[in-house]
Write a protein that binds this ligand. Structure first.
Ligand code: UT7
Length: 335
């Protein structure tokens, strides 16, 4: 589907939105709970603080608020929205949270569903939604990334609890026959390396009646091998982006902005160095929010769009990576 031409249907980017909870957890405060320090966290990750959901800030609420802002920017009549895809690993309802967002928005004509691919989730959802537009099934879509990992972090594990925060972001995309601003994409998974980062179900054995047991559902906390995830990210992300540049006849010097999943500033800098993309083109807001999983990419894009850094027709190279293991990349022209 790369290099699509004008008689075909392409994707245009019409709006962005985001939302973060008000509660701020600083490095200083985390160091009251586990043996760490502001200096250690900042120097190893670039993170200073993160947002933590209150009971009112579940994924449905955060996703709804981000979507609402993106729709306002796109200036769409709610009845014209055909599709809502919510990327999340922490749904408010395991049966799916996207339909609740649809209902709260009043987007009655849309079909809404959840998609899970951890920190690659937003990118996978964006590509999924785009294929519905390119395939002429739908015209207008809202793609949301929202996560509440604070509920699944082991707050006694200093190796992982320092990284994560909560938030949501959304983009409004529309089918057009005039151009295609999703210039290219790629997606990968490798389940063999899945044990490096997971959030598995915890099935407590219970009895229904004598001799018939069942496993009560629930989840344990995030388990992460930080060093392996780090090595995976700094190796695979440049490779997938370089392949994408080749496939689309772009090169890294034509990129206006590198928008990576906000996991660790050292990962962002290392990927930028490998691709020879200068630091001033690497967008970063993880200092304020940490790793908000599926939300990081649209949260970063929305901030850069609203403060006029990303402008119409800017070329954005983006990549999401994380649990699965999963990773993906997309080349976007904004607008
Ligand atoms: O969406 C993807 C999500 N996951 C990631 O992005 C994770 C990628 N990995 C990373 O970002 C880094 O591996 C971490 C930030 C998690 C850890 O940084 P690191 O430089 O790889 O540290 P390390 O695991 O090699 O640990 C170095 C030392 C160890 O002490 P010893 O064994 O050398 O004495 C750790 O016990 O730092 C210690 N340590 C800490 N010290 C203070 C680990 N966590 C902490 C902490 N505060 N929070």
């Amino acid at each position: 589907m790369e290099g699509i031409k004008f008689n075909q249907i392409g994707v245009s980017f019409k709006g962005s939105g985001s939302y973060v909870p008000e509660q701020i957890l600083t490095n200083q405060k985390i160091s009251q709970k586990v043996d760490t320090s502001d200096e250690w966290i900042k120097s190893r990750t670039g993170i200073s603080e993160r947002r933590i959901s209150s009971p009112e800030d579940n994924v449905t609420e955060m996703g709804y608020k981000a979507a609402q802002t993106a729709i306002e920017m796109a200036n769409w009549d709610l009845k014209t929205i055909d599709l809502i895809v919510l990327a999340t690993s922490t749904p408010h309802d395991l049966f799916g949270s996207a339909p609740s967002i649809q209902a709260k928005l009043g987007a009655n004509n849309a079909v809404a569903f959840d998609l899970t691919a951890a920190c690659s989730g937003f990118l996978f959802a964006l590509i999924t939604a785009s294929q519905f537009l390119r395939g002429r099934s739908f015209k207008r879509a809202i793609v949301i990334g929202a996560d509440q990992l604070s509920s699944f972090v082991d707050w006694n594990d200093r190796r992982s609890c320092i990284l994560f925060g909560d938030g949501a972001g959304a983009l409004a995309i529309e089918a057009t026959s005039e151009y295609d601003n999703l210039l290219g994409f790629d997606m990968r998974t490798d389940g063999d390396r899945g044990s490096f980062l997971n959030l598995q179900s915890k099935n407590d054995k219970n009895s229904i009646i004598d001799n018939i047991d069942f496993l009560r559902g629930g989840f344990s906390s995030i388990q992460m091998n930080g060093q392996e995830v780090y090595k995976f990210a700094v190796r695979e992300v440049p490779i997938i982006l370089e392949k994408l540049f080749k496939k689309t006849n772009y090169s890294s010097d034509k990129v206006d902005w590198l928008v990576l999943h906000q996991a660790n500033q050292r990962i962002l800098d290392s990927v930028g160095d490998r691709l020879k993309i200068p630091r001033e083109k690497i967008l970063s807001n993880l200092e304020k929010y940490g790793n908000t999983s599926a939300a990081t990419i649209p949260l970063m894009m929305d901030e850069a769009i609203k403060n006029n850094r990303i402008k119409q027709n800017d070329i954005i190279a983006t990549s999401g990576f994380g649990a699965g293991l999963s990773w993906g990349a997309a080349l976007i022209k904004w607008g």
